[in-house]
Design a protein around this ligand. Structure first.
Ligand code: CMC
Length: 439
Protein backbone atom coordinates (compact mmCIF):
# COMPACT_ATOMS: atom_id res chain seq x y z
CA UNK A 1 0.00 0.00 0.00
CA UNK A 2 1.12 3.51 -0.74
CA UNK A 3 2.14 5.66 2.19
CA UNK A 4 3.96 8.91 2.73
CA UNK A 5 7.63 9.21 1.85
CA UNK A 6 10.03 10.16 4.63
CA UNK A 7 12.86 12.12 3.11
CA UNK A 8 15.84 13.85 4.60
CA UNK A 9 14.47 17.27 3.81
CA UNK A 10 13.79 19.38 6.85
CA UNK A 11 12.90 22.94 7.76
CA UNK A 12 15.00 24.78 10.31
CA UNK A 13 13.29 26.88 12.92
CA UNK A 14 15.29 29.45 14.86
CA UNK A 15 13.85 30.38 18.22
CA UNK A 16 15.47 31.99 21.25
CA UNK A 17 18.95 31.35 19.91
CA UNK A 18 18.27 27.67 19.30
CA UNK A 19 17.97 25.92 15.93
CA UNK A 20 15.48 23.10 15.60
CA UNK A 21 15.20 20.81 12.60
CA UNK A 22 11.64 19.88 11.66
CA UNK A 23 11.36 16.91 9.26
CA UNK A 24 9.41 17.31 6.02
CA UNK A 25 7.20 14.38 5.00
CA UNK A 26 5.96 14.03 1.43
CA UNK A 27 2.64 12.46 0.42
CA UNK A 28 2.33 10.11 -2.54
CA UNK A 29 1.03 12.97 -4.73
CA UNK A 30 4.00 15.17 -3.79
CA UNK A 31 2.32 17.34 -1.14
CA UNK A 32 4.71 18.25 1.65
CA UNK A 33 4.04 18.55 5.35
CA UNK A 34 6.08 19.69 8.29
CA UNK A 35 6.20 17.17 11.13
CA UNK A 36 5.97 19.35 14.22
CA UNK A 37 5.49 16.60 16.81
CA UNK A 38 8.84 17.30 18.49
CA UNK A 39 8.39 21.08 18.43
CA UNK A 40 7.04 21.43 21.96
CA UNK A 41 9.58 19.18 23.62
CA UNK A 42 12.41 20.96 21.76
CA UNK A 43 11.23 24.56 22.14
CA UNK A 44 8.19 24.75 24.43
CA UNK A 45 6.19 26.10 21.47
CA UNK A 46 2.83 24.85 20.26
CA UNK A 47 1.35 25.72 16.86
CA UNK A 48 -1.90 27.66 16.58
CA UNK A 49 -4.28 27.20 13.67
CA UNK A 50 -7.96 27.94 14.47
CA UNK A 51 -10.32 26.06 12.19
CA UNK A 52 -7.39 23.77 11.23
CA UNK A 53 -6.96 25.84 8.10
CA UNK A 54 -3.42 24.59 7.59
CA UNK A 55 -3.21 21.50 9.76
CA UNK A 56 -3.08 17.93 8.46
CA UNK A 57 -4.80 16.07 11.31
CA UNK A 58 -3.82 12.64 10.02
CA UNK A 59 -2.25 10.68 7.19
CA UNK A 60 -4.87 9.03 5.02
CA UNK A 61 -5.00 6.73 2.00
CA UNK A 62 -8.67 7.29 1.23
CA UNK A 63 -9.29 10.49 -0.72
CA UNK A 64 -7.08 12.89 -2.61
CA UNK A 65 -8.13 16.49 -3.31
CA UNK A 66 -6.19 19.11 -5.22
CA UNK A 67 -8.23 22.22 -4.48
CA UNK A 68 -6.25 24.43 -6.86
CA UNK A 69 -6.77 22.15 -9.86
CA UNK A 70 -10.26 20.91 -8.94
CA UNK A 71 -9.26 17.25 -8.56
CA UNK A 72 -11.06 14.68 -6.43
CA UNK A 73 -10.10 10.99 -6.35
CA UNK A 74 -11.24 8.13 -4.14
CA UNK A 75 -8.49 5.58 -3.49
CA UNK A 76 -6.66 7.05 -6.48
CA UNK A 77 -9.61 6.84 -8.92
CA UNK A 78 -11.01 10.12 -10.37
CA UNK A 79 -14.65 10.76 -9.47
CA UNK A 80 -15.37 11.38 -13.17
CA UNK A 81 -14.50 7.72 -13.87
CA UNK A 82 -16.47 6.44 -10.91
CA UNK A 83 -19.71 8.22 -11.84
CA UNK A 84 -19.44 6.79 -15.37
CA UNK A 85 -18.63 3.19 -14.50
CA UNK A 86 -19.56 2.38 -10.91
CA UNK A 87 -22.54 2.16 -8.62
CA UNK A 88 -22.71 3.72 -5.17
CA UNK A 89 -22.33 0.26 -3.62
CA UNK A 90 -19.09 -0.26 -5.61
CA UNK A 91 -17.82 3.09 -4.37
CA UNK A 92 -18.84 2.32 -0.78
CA UNK A 93 -16.83 -0.90 -1.05
CA UNK A 94 -13.93 0.97 -2.61
CA UNK A 95 -13.80 3.54 0.19
CA UNK A 96 -14.17 1.04 3.01
CA UNK A 97 -11.95 -1.74 1.57
CA UNK A 98 -9.45 0.16 -0.58
CA UNK A 99 -10.17 -1.43 -4.00
CA UNK A 100 -13.17 -1.76 -6.28
CA UNK A 101 -14.97 -5.08 -5.65
CA UNK A 102 -14.64 -8.14 -7.86
CA UNK A 103 -17.97 -9.61 -9.04
CA UNK A 104 -17.98 -12.01 -6.06
CA UNK A 105 -17.03 -9.30 -3.57
CA UNK A 106 -19.84 -7.09 -4.91
CA UNK A 107 -22.34 -9.94 -4.41
CA UNK A 108 -21.10 -10.62 -0.88
CA UNK A 109 -21.12 -6.94 0.07
CA UNK A 110 -24.60 -6.38 -1.40
CA UNK A 111 -25.99 -9.38 0.43
CA UNK A 112 -24.42 -8.16 3.67
CA UNK A 113 -26.09 -4.76 3.14
CA UNK A 114 -29.40 -6.56 2.58
CA UNK A 115 -29.02 -8.80 5.62
CA UNK A 116 -28.41 -5.76 7.80
CA UNK A 117 -31.04 -3.46 6.38
CA UNK A 118 -33.79 -3.91 8.99
CA UNK A 119 -33.95 -2.00 12.24
CA UNK A 120 -35.01 -3.72 15.44
CA UNK A 121 -38.83 -3.71 15.41
CA UNK A 122 -38.98 -2.05 18.85
CA UNK A 123 -37.13 0.94 17.43
CA UNK A 124 -40.06 1.63 15.13
CA UNK A 125 -42.04 2.97 18.08
CA UNK A 126 -39.46 5.71 18.58
CA UNK A 127 -40.69 7.42 15.45
CA UNK A 128 -44.12 7.97 17.05
CA UNK A 129 -42.68 10.21 19.73
CA UNK A 130 -40.88 12.83 17.68
CA UNK A 131 -42.96 15.98 17.38
CA UNK A 132 -44.66 16.80 14.11
CA UNK A 133 -42.27 18.78 11.95
CA UNK A 134 -39.07 17.52 13.63
CA UNK A 135 -36.20 17.83 11.17
CA UNK A 136 -35.27 14.39 9.77
CA UNK A 137 -31.55 15.08 10.45
CA UNK A 138 -32.34 15.34 14.17
CA UNK A 139 -34.37 12.14 14.02
CA UNK A 140 -31.57 10.40 12.11
CA UNK A 141 -28.77 11.30 14.54
CA UNK A 142 -30.94 10.34 17.55
CA UNK A 143 -31.95 7.00 16.07
CA UNK A 144 -28.41 6.07 15.11
CA UNK A 145 -27.20 6.88 18.60
CA UNK A 146 -30.00 4.71 20.05
CA UNK A 147 -28.82 1.73 18.02
CA UNK A 148 -26.08 1.05 20.55
CA UNK A 149 -28.82 0.14 23.04
CA UNK A 150 -30.43 -2.32 20.60
CA UNK A 151 -27.22 -3.87 19.29
CA UNK A 152 -25.26 -3.76 22.52
CA UNK A 153 -22.05 -5.57 21.56
CA UNK A 154 -20.55 -2.35 20.32
CA UNK A 155 -17.35 -2.03 22.31
CA UNK A 156 -14.38 -1.42 20.11
CA UNK A 157 -13.03 -4.99 20.34
CA UNK A 158 -16.31 -6.67 19.38
CA UNK A 159 -16.87 -4.15 16.60
CA UNK A 160 -13.45 -4.66 15.10
CA UNK A 161 -13.74 -8.46 15.40
CA UNK A 162 -16.91 -8.20 13.25
CA UNK A 163 -15.73 -5.26 11.22
CA UNK A 164 -17.36 -6.25 7.91
CA UNK A 165 -20.77 -6.64 9.50
CA UNK A 166 -20.38 -3.53 11.67
CA UNK A 167 -19.58 -1.39 8.63
CA UNK A 168 -22.32 -2.91 6.45
CA UNK A 169 -24.95 -2.59 9.16
CA UNK A 170 -24.43 1.09 9.78
CA UNK A 171 -24.27 1.91 6.04
CA UNK A 172 -27.44 -0.05 5.35
CA UNK A 173 -29.50 0.84 8.38
CA UNK A 174 -29.11 4.61 8.04
CA UNK A 175 -30.95 4.34 4.73
CA UNK A 176 -33.84 2.45 6.37
CA UNK A 177 -34.09 4.92 9.25
CA UNK A 178 -34.03 7.87 6.84
CA UNK A 179 -36.88 6.48 4.76
CA UNK A 180 -38.93 5.49 7.85
CA UNK A 181 -38.48 8.99 9.29
CA UNK A 182 -39.81 10.48 6.06
CA UNK A 183 -42.81 8.15 5.93
CA UNK A 184 -43.67 8.96 9.54
CA UNK A 185 -43.38 12.69 8.85
CA UNK A 186 -46.04 12.46 6.13
CA UNK A 187 -48.24 10.06 8.09
CA UNK A 188 -47.88 7.15 5.66
CA UNK A 189 -47.18 3.51 6.57
CA UNK A 190 -43.52 2.64 6.46
CA UNK A 191 -42.18 0.52 3.60
CA UNK A 192 -39.68 -2.20 4.44
CA UNK A 193 -36.43 -2.73 2.49
CA UNK A 194 -36.48 -5.43 -0.21
CA UNK A 195 -33.67 -7.85 -0.94
CA UNK A 196 -34.41 -7.87 -4.66
CA UNK A 197 -33.67 -4.16 -5.09
CA UNK A 198 -30.34 -2.40 -5.42
CA UNK A 199 -29.22 0.04 -2.70
CA UNK A 200 -30.51 3.23 -4.36
CA UNK A 201 -33.65 1.63 -5.86
CA UNK A 202 -34.48 0.27 -2.39
CA UNK A 203 -34.19 3.71 -0.85
CA UNK A 204 -36.43 5.31 -3.48
CA UNK A 205 -38.97 2.53 -3.02
CA UNK A 206 -38.99 2.91 0.78
CA UNK A 207 -39.50 6.66 0.31
CA UNK A 208 -42.20 6.67 -2.33
CA UNK A 209 -44.05 3.35 -2.46
CA UNK A 210 -47.51 3.36 -0.89
CA UNK A 211 -50.26 0.72 -0.49
CA UNK A 212 -52.58 2.79 -2.67
CA UNK A 213 -50.03 4.12 -5.17
CA UNK A 214 -47.32 1.62 -6.11
CA UNK A 215 -44.08 3.38 -6.95
CA UNK A 216 -42.55 2.88 -10.38
CA UNK A 217 -38.79 2.74 -9.97
CA UNK A 218 -37.31 4.62 -12.90
CA UNK A 219 -33.85 3.36 -13.95
CA UNK A 220 -32.91 6.96 -14.82
CA UNK A 221 -33.73 8.19 -11.28
CA UNK A 222 -31.78 5.27 -9.82
CA UNK A 223 -28.79 6.13 -12.01
CA UNK A 224 -28.93 9.78 -10.96
CA UNK A 225 -29.16 8.90 -7.28
CA UNK A 226 -26.09 6.68 -7.73
CA UNK A 227 -24.24 9.62 -9.32
CA UNK A 228 -25.21 12.04 -6.54
CA UNK A 229 -24.36 9.55 -3.80
CA UNK A 230 -20.98 8.74 -5.40
CA UNK A 231 -20.12 12.45 -5.59
CA UNK A 232 -20.95 12.94 -1.90
CA UNK A 233 -19.38 9.69 -0.65
CA UNK A 234 -16.19 11.17 0.78
CA UNK A 235 -14.30 14.43 0.99
CA UNK A 236 -11.32 13.71 3.24
CA UNK A 237 -11.07 15.73 6.48
CA UNK A 238 -14.22 17.86 6.22
CA UNK A 239 -16.05 18.94 9.38
CA UNK A 240 -18.23 15.84 9.83
CA UNK A 241 -15.46 13.37 8.97
CA UNK A 242 -13.17 15.16 11.40
CA UNK A 243 -15.96 14.90 13.99
CA UNK A 244 -16.10 11.14 13.32
CA UNK A 245 -12.34 10.84 13.76
CA UNK A 246 -12.27 12.98 16.91
CA UNK A 247 -15.16 11.16 18.62
CA UNK A 248 -13.98 7.76 17.37
CA UNK A 249 -10.48 8.35 18.72
CA UNK A 250 -11.91 8.09 22.25
CA UNK A 251 -13.04 4.56 21.27
CA UNK A 252 -16.68 5.58 21.46
CA UNK A 253 -18.98 2.99 19.85
CA UNK A 254 -19.47 3.17 16.09
CA UNK A 255 -23.11 4.33 16.27
CA UNK A 256 -22.36 7.26 18.60
CA UNK A 257 -19.43 8.12 16.35
CA UNK A 258 -21.57 8.18 13.20
CA UNK A 259 -24.28 10.08 15.06
CA UNK A 260 -21.70 12.80 15.79
CA UNK A 261 -20.88 12.94 12.07
CA UNK A 262 -24.57 13.35 11.22
CA UNK A 263 -24.90 16.18 13.75
CA UNK A 264 -21.87 17.98 12.33
CA UNK A 265 -23.19 17.56 8.79
CA UNK A 266 -26.54 19.15 9.68
CA UNK A 267 -25.02 22.65 10.02
CA UNK A 268 -25.77 25.21 7.26
CA UNK A 269 -22.07 25.78 6.61
CA UNK A 270 -21.67 22.07 5.87
CA UNK A 271 -24.27 19.56 4.59
CA UNK A 272 -27.18 21.76 5.65
CA UNK A 273 -26.20 24.09 2.81
CA UNK A 274 -28.06 22.02 0.19
CA UNK A 275 -31.40 22.82 1.82
CA UNK A 276 -30.33 26.41 2.50
CA UNK A 277 -29.45 26.88 -1.20
CA UNK A 278 -32.98 26.05 -2.35
CA UNK A 279 -34.54 28.26 0.32
CA UNK A 280 -32.28 31.11 -0.82
CA UNK A 281 -32.90 30.50 -4.53
CA UNK A 282 -36.65 30.69 -3.92
CA UNK A 283 -36.26 34.09 -2.26
CA UNK A 284 -34.01 35.36 -5.06
CA UNK A 285 -36.32 34.00 -7.75
CA UNK A 286 -39.34 35.68 -6.15
CA UNK A 287 -37.47 38.98 -5.85
CA UNK A 288 -36.05 38.73 -9.36
CA UNK A 289 -33.05 41.01 -8.72
CA UNK A 290 -29.97 38.73 -8.73
CA UNK A 291 -27.53 41.63 -8.38
CA UNK A 292 -29.17 42.80 -5.16
CA UNK A 293 -28.23 39.45 -3.56
CA UNK A 294 -24.71 39.49 -5.03
CA UNK A 295 -24.25 42.89 -3.40
CA UNK A 296 -25.63 41.64 -0.10
CA UNK A 297 -23.16 38.71 -0.17
CA UNK A 298 -20.31 41.22 -0.68
CA UNK A 299 -21.47 43.57 2.06
CA UNK A 300 -19.31 43.04 5.14
CA UNK A 301 -22.01 44.61 7.31
CA UNK A 302 -24.48 41.93 6.26
CA UNK A 303 -24.35 38.33 7.53
CA UNK A 304 -25.79 37.19 4.17
CA UNK A 305 -23.70 34.66 2.23
CA UNK A 306 -24.41 33.00 -1.09
CA UNK A 307 -25.24 29.47 -0.01
CA UNK A 308 -23.63 26.80 -2.16
CA UNK A 309 -20.69 29.09 -2.90
CA UNK A 310 -17.15 28.92 -1.58
CA UNK A 311 -15.12 26.09 -0.15
CA UNK A 312 -12.27 25.72 2.31
CA UNK A 313 -10.25 23.52 -0.04
CA UNK A 314 -11.42 24.25 -3.60
CA UNK A 315 -9.98 27.43 -5.01
CA UNK A 316 -11.31 26.52 -8.45
CA UNK A 317 -14.62 25.05 -9.67
CA UNK A 318 -15.69 22.19 -7.40
CA UNK A 319 -15.46 19.13 -9.73
CA UNK A 320 -18.58 17.67 -8.12
CA UNK A 321 -20.59 20.83 -8.87
CA UNK A 322 -19.48 20.70 -12.52
CA UNK A 323 -20.85 17.15 -12.92
CA UNK A 324 -24.06 17.89 -11.02
CA UNK A 325 -24.80 21.05 -13.05
CA UNK A 326 -24.55 19.04 -16.28
CA UNK A 327 -26.65 16.14 -14.90
CA UNK A 328 -29.23 18.63 -13.69
CA UNK A 329 -29.61 20.30 -17.10
CA UNK A 330 -29.71 16.95 -18.94
CA UNK A 331 -32.22 15.40 -16.55
CA UNK A 332 -34.64 18.32 -16.73
CA UNK A 333 -34.38 18.29 -20.53
CA UNK A 334 -34.96 14.54 -20.72
CA UNK A 335 -38.02 14.53 -18.48
CA UNK A 336 -39.31 17.57 -20.37
CA UNK A 337 -39.54 19.61 -17.21
CA UNK A 338 -38.18 22.98 -16.22
CA UNK A 339 -37.38 24.48 -12.86
CA UNK A 340 -37.30 28.27 -12.60
CA UNK A 341 -34.78 27.88 -9.77
CA UNK A 342 -32.26 26.40 -12.25
CA UNK A 343 -32.51 29.58 -14.31
CA UNK A 344 -32.02 31.71 -11.16
CA UNK A 345 -29.05 29.53 -10.11
CA UNK A 346 -27.43 29.95 -13.55
CA UNK A 347 -27.91 33.75 -13.43
CA UNK A 348 -26.46 33.89 -9.92
CA UNK A 349 -23.46 31.81 -10.92
CA UNK A 350 -22.82 33.93 -14.04
CA UNK A 351 -23.02 37.16 -12.06
CA UNK A 352 -20.81 35.88 -9.23
CA UNK A 353 -18.13 34.46 -11.51
CA UNK A 354 -17.75 37.87 -13.21
CA UNK A 355 -17.60 39.81 -9.97
CA UNK A 356 -14.16 40.85 -8.59
CA UNK A 357 -15.23 40.01 -5.00
CA UNK A 358 -15.83 36.36 -5.93
CA UNK A 359 -12.86 36.22 -8.32
CA UNK A 360 -10.37 37.58 -5.76
CA UNK A 361 -11.57 35.12 -3.11
CA UNK A 362 -11.80 32.18 -5.54
CA UNK A 363 -15.45 31.58 -4.68
CA UNK A 364 -17.14 29.09 -7.03
CA UNK A 365 -20.29 26.99 -6.77
CA UNK A 366 -19.73 24.01 -4.49
CA UNK A 367 -21.34 20.55 -4.44
CA UNK A 368 -24.47 21.91 -2.76
CA UNK A 369 -25.31 24.57 -5.35
CA UNK A 370 -27.09 22.42 -7.97
CA UNK A 371 -27.78 19.30 -5.89
CA UNK A 372 -31.06 20.54 -4.43
CA UNK A 373 -32.49 21.34 -7.87
CA UNK A 374 -31.81 17.78 -8.94
CA UNK A 375 -33.32 16.35 -5.76
CA UNK A 376 -36.42 18.51 -6.30
CA UNK A 377 -36.76 17.13 -9.82
CA UNK A 378 -36.53 13.61 -8.39
CA UNK A 379 -39.36 14.36 -5.94
CA UNK A 380 -37.21 14.43 -2.79
CA UNK A 381 -38.67 16.89 -0.26
CA UNK A 382 -36.45 19.76 0.86
CA UNK A 383 -36.15 18.74 4.50
CA UNK A 384 -34.66 15.42 3.30
CA UNK A 385 -31.82 17.01 1.27
CA UNK A 386 -29.27 16.95 4.08
CA UNK A 387 -30.37 13.44 5.01
CA UNK A 388 -29.51 12.42 1.42
CA UNK A 389 -26.05 13.88 1.96
CA UNK A 390 -25.70 11.87 5.20
CA UNK A 391 -26.68 8.58 3.48
CA UNK A 392 -24.13 9.24 0.77
CA UNK A 393 -21.37 10.23 3.21
CA UNK A 394 -21.79 7.08 5.34
CA UNK A 395 -19.15 5.01 3.49
CA UNK A 396 -16.69 7.90 3.80
CA UNK A 397 -17.22 8.21 7.55
CA UNK A 398 -16.96 4.44 8.00
CA UNK A 399 -13.78 4.29 5.88
CA UNK A 400 -12.15 7.06 7.94
CA UNK A 401 -13.26 5.50 11.22
CA UNK A 402 -11.83 2.16 10.09
CA UNK A 403 -8.56 3.73 8.97
CA UNK A 404 -8.33 5.67 12.22
CA UNK A 405 -8.86 2.69 14.53
CA UNK A 406 -6.41 0.64 12.43
CA UNK A 407 -3.73 3.33 12.83
CA UNK A 408 -1.76 3.83 15.98
CA UNK A 409 -3.58 7.16 16.30
CA UNK A 410 -3.75 8.67 19.73
CA UNK A 411 -6.91 10.14 21.24
CA UNK A 412 -7.47 13.51 19.59
CA UNK A 413 -6.64 16.17 22.09
CA UNK A 414 -5.41 19.49 20.67
CA UNK A 415 -3.49 22.05 22.70
CA UNK A 416 -4.61 25.64 23.16
CA UNK A 417 -3.16 29.05 23.87
CA UNK A 418 -4.67 30.27 27.12
CA UNK A 419 -5.61 33.97 26.93
CA UNK A 420 -7.71 34.30 30.10
CA UNK A 421 -6.87 36.16 33.31
CA UNK A 422 -3.71 35.32 35.21
CA UNK A 423 -3.60 34.45 38.87
CA UNK A 424 -1.80 37.72 39.48
CA UNK A 425 -4.54 39.74 37.75
CA UNK A 426 -7.32 38.25 39.85
CA UNK A 427 -5.40 38.18 43.14
CA UNK A 428 -7.53 40.77 44.94
CA UNK A 429 -10.79 39.46 43.60
CA UNK A 430 -9.89 35.96 44.66
CA UNK A 431 -9.21 37.15 48.18
CA UNK A 432 -12.53 39.01 48.49
CA UNK A 433 -14.47 36.10 46.94
CA UNK A 434 -12.94 33.52 49.24
CA UNK A 435 -13.83 35.60 52.30
CA UNK A 436 -17.42 35.75 50.98
CA UNK A 437 -17.48 31.96 50.74
CA UNK A 438 -16.21 31.70 54.34
CA UNK A 439 -19.07 33.75 55.72
N1 CMC B 1 -20.72 34.24 0.09
C1 CMC B 1 -20.05 35.40 0.26
N2 CMC B 1 -18.79 35.50 0.71
C2 CMC B 1 -18.16 34.36 1.01
C3 CMC B 1 -18.76 33.11 0.84
C4 CMC B 1 -20.08 33.07 0.37
N3 CMC B 1 -20.73 31.90 0.22
N4 CMC B 1 -17.89 32.14 1.21
C5 CMC B 1 -16.78 32.76 1.59
N5 CMC B 1 -16.92 34.11 1.47
C6 CMC B 1 -15.90 35.14 1.73
C7 CMC B 1 -15.74 35.38 3.23
O1 CMC B 1 -16.61 36.41 3.68
C8 CMC B 1 -14.28 35.73 3.32
O2 CMC B 1 -14.14 37.07 2.89
P1 CMC B 1 -12.98 38.01 3.55
O3 CMC B 1 -11.69 37.37 3.14
O4 CMC B 1 -13.22 39.33 2.95
O5 CMC B 1 -13.23 37.96 5.03
C9 CMC B 1 -13.62 34.84 2.26
O6 CMC B 1 -14.65 34.61 1.29
C10 CMC B 1 -13.12 33.51 2.81
O7 CMC B 1 -14.21 32.87 3.46
P2 CMC B 1 -14.07 32.01 4.79
O8 CMC B 1 -15.39 31.99 5.50
O9 CMC B 1 -12.87 32.47 5.56
O10 CMC B 1 -13.75 30.59 4.16
P3 CMC B 1 -13.83 29.20 4.90
O11 CMC B 1 -12.91 28.31 4.20
O12 CMC B 1 -13.65 29.37 6.38
O13 CMC B 1 -15.37 28.74 4.70
C11 CMC B 1 -17.32 27.90 3.68
C12 CMC B 1 -15.79 27.90 3.71
C13 CMC B 1 -17.81 26.78 2.77
C14 CMC B 1 -17.86 27.62 5.10
C15 CMC B 1 -17.83 29.26 3.17
O14 CMC B 1 -17.37 29.47 1.84
C16 CMC B 1 -19.34 29.40 3.25
O15 CMC B 1 -19.87 29.80 4.29
N6 CMC B 1 -20.09 29.05 2.15
C17 CMC B 1 -21.52 29.06 2.17
C18 CMC B 1 -22.05 27.79 2.83
C19 CMC B 1 -21.86 26.57 1.93
O16 CMC B 1 -22.15 26.60 0.74
N7 CMC B 1 -21.42 25.45 2.54
C20 CMC B 1 -21.20 24.19 1.82
C21 CMC B 1 -19.74 23.85 1.70
S1 CMC B 1 -19.39 22.52 0.53
C22 CMC B 1 -20.13 21.10 1.15
C23 CMC B 1 -19.86 20.77 2.57
O17 CMC B 1 -18.77 20.94 3.11
O18 CMC B 1 -20.76 20.26 3.20
Amino acid sequence: MASEIKNRECAVLKFEGKEVELPVVTGTEGDKALDIRALRSETGLVTIDPGFVNTASCRSQITYIDGERGILRYRGIPIEELVKKSTFVDVAYLLVHGTLPTAQERLDFSSMLNLNSLIHEDMRRFFDHFPQGAHPMHILSTMINAMAAFYPNVDINTTTANIEQSCARVISIVRTIAAFAYKKSIGEPIVYPRHDLSYCANFLNMMFDSPVRPYHISPETVRLLNVLFILHADHEQNCSTSAVRVIGSAQVNLYATISAGISALSGPLHGGANQAVIEQLKIIHKDGDVNKFINMAKDKNSPFRLMGFGHRVYKSYDPRAAIIRKECENYLNRIGSSDPLLETARKLEDAALKDPYFIERSLYPNVDFYTGILYRAMGIPENMFTVMFALARLPGWVAHWREMIGDSTKIVRPRQLYIGRTLQEIGDELESRSSTFLL
